[in-house]
Write a protein that binds this ligand. Sequence first.
Ligand SMILES: Cc1cc2nc3c(=O)[nH]c(=O)nc-3n(C[C@H](O)[C@H](O)[C@H](O)COP(=O)(O)OP(=O)(O)OC[C@H]3O[C@@H](n4cnc5c(N)ncnc54)[C@H](O)[C@@H]3O)c2cc1C
Length: 518
Amino acid sequence: MSGNDRTYDYVIVGGGTAGSVIANRLTEDPSVSVCVIEGGPSDRGLDRVLNLREWLGLLESDLDYGYTTTEQPRGNSHIVHSRARVLGGCSSHNTLISFRPFAEDLDEWVAAGAEGWDNATVQSYADRLKNNIVPIAEKDRNDLVKDWVQASAKATGVPVVEDFNAKTSHGGGFRDGVGFLSISYDPYTGQRSSASVAYLHPIMDVRENLALMLETWAERIVFDGDRATGVEAVTADGERVTVSARSEVILSAGAIDTPRLMLLSGVGPKGDLEQVGIDVRHDLPGVGENLMDHPESIIMWETTRDVPDETVMHSDGALFIRRDESDPRPDLMFHTYQIPFDDNTKRLGYESPGWKRAMCMTPNIPRSRSRGKLWLKSSDPKEKPALDFRYFTDPDGYDEQTIVDGLKIARRIAETEPFKSWIAREVAPGPDVVTDEQLSEYGRRAAHTVYHPAGTCKMGAADDAAAVVDPKLRVRGLRGLRIADASVFPTMPSPNPMVTVLAVGERAADLIRADRAS
Ligand SMILES: Cc1cc2nc3c(=O)[nH]c(=O)nc-3n(C[C@H](O)[C@H](O)[C@H](O)COP(=O)(O)OP(=O)(O)OC[C@H]3O[C@@H](n4cnc5c(N)ncnc54)[C@H](O)[C@@H]3O)c2cc1C
């Protein structure tokens, strides 16, 4: 593109995890032009972003939108949902833990009407990812986590797993297990292999058919009747521009900002839009519904000796437990934190051990049953939306029980050598918290997010009134508008979702190319 011509074949909103993949794949064809509108700056040369070990410093920084939640009567109302404001999106400030989804996670998608998103197909897209996904290198493994792995296996009877993804990539999966994580990184440099590093950096100055509008915020989708024709955006200089799409507008702004943009553009539940004075362009009841997450809680210990320095990003181990034998998948997952991960415990009045004197386990709910909702508080595009996760509100108390079980299992592991002799004392919840009621109360008040909001523009079948996109990711009832990011998940993949988001990006590019060809 040259001069002030702002017309492209495709306009992608969000140069994040999925958006980076789509931009790369579509511009492989030199006859196709693509513009990516990205709210944040480039990550190239930004060491605090590229050095994975510095990720904690990015949370609630100038590179974080920092969304808060509404009051959570049964959970923690103080959680800040970090969302990255930088090229690569959340893959540029997350921990890059990389798990393929389980086969049964994708069976659920197909059962929910996501035809074509079966396990074999999605795994074949995960096979193509350009990210460097590897089990944590030996040089980055420390003795504390090694001892925790051994003790976890001994205390819970699960096998030690060297490469979790090798088990899910070619059938079989795993029911339970403990081991070091697989991470998208370069073990030699410790740098991220984020979506932007893997998909955009190699082509940014090379492909003339790719335009990046950085620090530019999309405020509304532009329509001609029922067809999306472009995006109205505000540039870094404050200039209001319209970027036009000859073929399609693709929303990859993430599970919070994609539904936000849809609602601001008059696409969503009619009643909600009218309440904030937005003209209804298309009544689509599912926009903002089905808000899902992986909630977690925390147990923290003070260590008897210094935590060794070797690490990828201070959270190197994972444990999967299966309580329900009727489902082949694990139903309880734990991360470790070899640092005082203490935002929520401090707020509850717990003192923290020093930086090198803490070890934590964070039990999380792989398939949480509580469902929330996102809505607009006003028609002002600058006002952040309301996020009500409705944590721990599932009627059967499944979510709450999962956290209670997790805290108890963690205590069993802490009583088992060779981990036991690393522990000086339990800091939180502490020895006075013992009954299920006490553990539930503590667990919910100290709860956090694994930072995995998803599902707010879910994919589904034509007869599902709550589906926002069809299995080809096209927004129902409109033309020229697709969504590809974590918002299209019909249900939550059990493990950390980034690999699934990247695979959504890969498949979206194929679907778009196939439509173009026909
Ligand atoms: C702190 C943290 C740690 C995490 N750790 C892991 C992990 O270790 N493993 C894992 O699997 N998952 C992890 N996740 C979750 C995972 O990173 C996300 O699920 C995934 O990256 C989401 O991808 P996305 O494409 O949906 O959105 P994003 O990657 O968030 O991309 C959205 C992009 O759109 C841009 N944008 C938004 N709105 C607009 C607008 N209106 N105009 C212009 N640009 C806009 C944003 O700036 C952003 O770049 C973590 C998340 C966080 C926040």
